[in-house]
Design a protein around this ligand. Structure first.
Ligand code: 523
Length: 146
């Protein structure tokens, strides 16, 4: 692969060779959206920040918008990157952005069987995937305390 195919930070990550999975800390009305995975079996029933794999040639923020459109049926606007990167299965890393709703109300169209809007004091009421927990804790700081 040549420099020109990798230097946009898309698909396989230029720095590490890992596939980037993007996820959204979707914030609305002082709440964060939690999504319960319906598959695969080892992740089903656990809660995550919705998202998915960046496709080759795709910018991470574009992947985020695409995944939220496909999985939740909403149009979203990416905000700031939450600092950090979290390892998933071998060869995959998780990166998280805040996001806001532009239009639509999230519905579990694909990959999830339940959605919940959680206020700051409710964030520990669902069983988050371990790898999502640091980003959820960061996102909590963007929610009102009361
Ligand atoms: N995670 C994860 N946390 C998290 C997401 C969105 C994904 O740990 N918030 C993991 C789960 C999978 C891998 O990242 O091991 C890919 O996520 P997935 O399956 O949501 O990505 P998609 O939707 O791109 O995958 P396909 O359905 O295969 O296209």
């Amino acid at each position: 692969m040549t420099e020109s195919t990798t230097h946009h930070g898309t698909g396989p990550d230029h720095g590490t060779g890992a596939v980037v999975v993007v996820a959204a800390a979707l914030l609305d009305g002082g709440r964060l959206l939690a999504a319960r995975r319906s598959a695969p079996a080892d992740l089903a029933g656990r809660w995550e920040l919705p998202g998915g794999k960046v496709e080759p040639g795709e910018r991470p923020e574009d992947a985020l918008v695409r995944e939220l459109r496909e999985e939740l049926g909403v149009e979203a606007v990416p905000g700031e990157r939450i600092p950090g990167e979290w390892p998933l299965k071998p060869g995959y890393v998780l990166r998280v952005w805040t996001a806001r709703l532009r239009s639509g109300e999230p519905r579990p169209l694909e990959d999830h069987d339940e959605l919940r809007w959680l206020a700051r004091h409710e964030l520990d009421t669902v069983d988050w995937l371990d790898q999502d927990r640091p980003a959820v804790a960061e996102a909590a700081l963007r929610l009102p305390a009361a």
